[in-house]
Design a protein around this ligand. Structure first.
Ligand SMILES: Cc1ncc(CO)c(N)n1
Length: 224
């Protein structure tokens, strides 16, 4: 029987392929990406990462033992990825101070609600809800990193997630989170396991829409 994490990864392949071929990432490689798309992505991700860190804090509260606490503790911070934001903005010829923060767009709101609601009451559910973020970034980093050098700002952003810049960012937590799920999956019912698969796949799909929303400048119809 295959491991639970292998099931997750296998079922998410079509979404991963869609992410990898999305014009946002393809144009990061060619350098054709618009400054507006980069700026919007960073503004949305600044908001996203702050809330994402809270999901790890929630996992910390829900943990059943020290090993479970230790696994999530280092991620209750957004430091490394803020550096990556600075690279993208520098490429766009601006700074965070200059562009400022923005309201979360419809997809960012929906994605964060999904992460919070899915993981509100159970450690393994919270882990599964945060996993697509790191997993998808590591996978497209591995896949697309080799297509660009580290000598450009956009290239550096991709390489950060390819796990070949460990001085900034350590992606090995993805494997540790998957291993934690695999170890405890026998304690969960078939109902829970089916729920977790759905939660993982929805998260992957929201990742796709995160790039798409920045690329297409998704906005609320109302103005407040
Ligand atoms: C939306 C999103 N997902 C994943 C990551 C990587 O952790 C990120 N920075 N932003």
């Amino acid at each position: 029987m295959s491991k639970f994490s292998e099931t997750l990864v296998e079922q998410a392949q079509p979404i991963l392929q869609a992410v990898i071929s999305h014009p946002f990432l393809q144009e990061i490689i060619t350098g054709e990406i618009s400054n507006d798309a980069l700026i919007t992505y960073v503004q949305q991700d600044e908001y996203y990462l702050g809330e994402y860190a809270k999901a790890f804090a929630n996992a910390y509260l829900l943990a059943n033992d020290d090993a479970q606490r230790a696994l999530v503790a280092p991620s209750i911070t957004t430091e490394a990825e803020i550096i990556a934001h600075e690279w993208l903005l520098e490429h766009a010829g601006t700074t965070l101070a200059e562009v400022g923060l923005a309201k979360p767009n419809p997809n960012t709101v929906a994605y964060l609600n999904h992460i919070k609601a899915s993981g509100a009451h159970n450690y393994f559910y919270q882990i599964t809800a945060v996993l697509p973020c790191m997993w998808i970034y590591r996978e497209f980093g591995h896949n697309l990193g080799p297509k660009v050098g580290t000598d450009t700002l956009l290239g550096r952003w991709l390489h950060l997630y390819a796990n070949d810049m460990p001085e900034y960012f350590e992606m090995s937590i993805v494997d540790d989170l998957f291993a934690m799920l695999d170890t405890h999956m026998t304690e969960l019912s078939a109902y829970d396991q089916a729920n977790l698969i759905e939660i993982f796949l929805r998260g992957c799909e929201y990742e796709y829409h995160f790039f798409d929303a920045a690329y297409r400048q998704q906005k609320w119809l109302y103005e407040a």
